[in-house]
Design a protein around this ligand. Structure first.
Ligand code: ADP
Ligand code: MG
Length: 171
């Protein structure tokens, strides 16, 4: 969280298409070098979010969870680096520490199970927390971890951009 501020948005989605649409809307404000942490239980909808975000970046390839690699790369308006640490054992943390680095500076990096990187996950990122399971609605929290990511708050559908909240894009 940004010191002295309590900036976040919570969105409830009723189905996977809703979650993908939210992510796609957020992708509109994506910039090269962005890092997005996706945290939520198995089946929460992290991969659905990644698919929607990719679609919003204009990626036409099907985004699936990388099975044999920790990271897959897709070409869109910006490159998307999709990292999925589901199969990562704790002991592999040191190895995974090298996953997030300057090689991703020209694209957006989305990390599923980002909490498994612990301190190797930079603080300067957008946190996306997904609560809910099965066919229940999902409660999705969008939380900038740094001022540069507050532009994502204005991209949440239904957000009215007003001058008083200090949330104009780019601040
Ligand atoms: N509101 C919702 N948002 C996202 N997924 C949902 C929602 N409601 C039901 N689902 C279902 O939950 C599952 C989420 O799977 P997935 O995105 O692979 O989860 P994760 O990557 O977090 O393990 C999918 O089967 C999807 O159809
Ligand atoms: Mg997944």
């Amino acid at each position: 969280m940004i010191a002295g501020q309590n900036l976040e948005r919570i969105v409830v989605t009723r189905d996977p298409a809703d979650t993908r649409a939210l992510a796609g809307a957020l992708a509109a404000v994506a910039r090269a070098g962005d890092l997005i942490s996706l945290v939520g239980d198995l089946g929460a909808g992290k991969t659905q979010f990644a698919k929607g975000f990719g679609a919003g970046l204009g990626i036409t390839d099907t985004i699936v969870s990388p099975s044999f690699v920790l990271m897959a790369e897709y070409r869109g308006r910006l490159p998307l680096f999709h990292v999925d640490l589901y199969r990562l054992a704790d002991t592999a943390e040191a190895l995974a520490g090298g996953l997030i680095d300057e090689r991703q500076a020209d694209g957006v990096t989305i990390v599923e199970w980002a909490e498994r990187l612990a301190d190797a996950m930079p603080d300067k990122r957008l946190d996306v927390l997904i609560d809910g399971a099965g066919d229940d609605p999902r409660r999705i929290t969008i939380r900038p971890g740094h001022a540069t990511y507050t532009r994502y708050l204005t991209a949440v559908p239904g957000t009215v951009e007003t001058a008083d909240a200090g949330l104009e894009a780019g601040r």
